[in-house]
Design a protein. Structure first.
Length: 115
């Protein structure tokens, strides 16, 4: 992951509501969740949720997909794992500290494509 992309992802997560949305979608897994359900779960107004979803998608952290009349949002696990790898690239002062486990989502191609 390039530094510029990491900064964008971290900036997108550096807000309470966006962090809560991202964490909810990580917990939900590759099936994702419709925006209305996200708003219901987190108690966010639709107008502000729309802005937060756009910011997270622009940062590559969410993968939206159309499902009928709904847009389903899921966490982009590829980007999440790349961000964790970027942050821990030189951990432990260069000493081996063991491989960090990557989050592996179920085989669903929508989680590996940036939004």
């Amino acid at each position: 992951m390039e530094t510029k992309m990491a900064i964008g992802a971290l900036a997108a997560l550096a807000q309470d509501s966006r962090l809560a949305v991202f964490r909810l979608l990580v917990q939900t897994g590759p099936a994702g969740m419709a925006a209305s359900k996200i708003a219901e779960q987190l108690g966010l107004p639709a107008s502000s949720l729309s802005f937060h979803l756009k910011e997270l998608t622009h940062a590559g952290l969410l993968a939206p997909r159309q499902d009928g009349r709904f847009v389903i949002y899921s966490a982009n696990f590829t980007t999440m794992n790349a961000l964790v790898a970027f942050l821990t690239e030189s951990c432990c002062g260069g000493n081996p500290c063991g491989p960090l486990p990557a989050c592996v989502a179920a085989a669903d191609s929508t989680t590996s494509q940036p939004g």
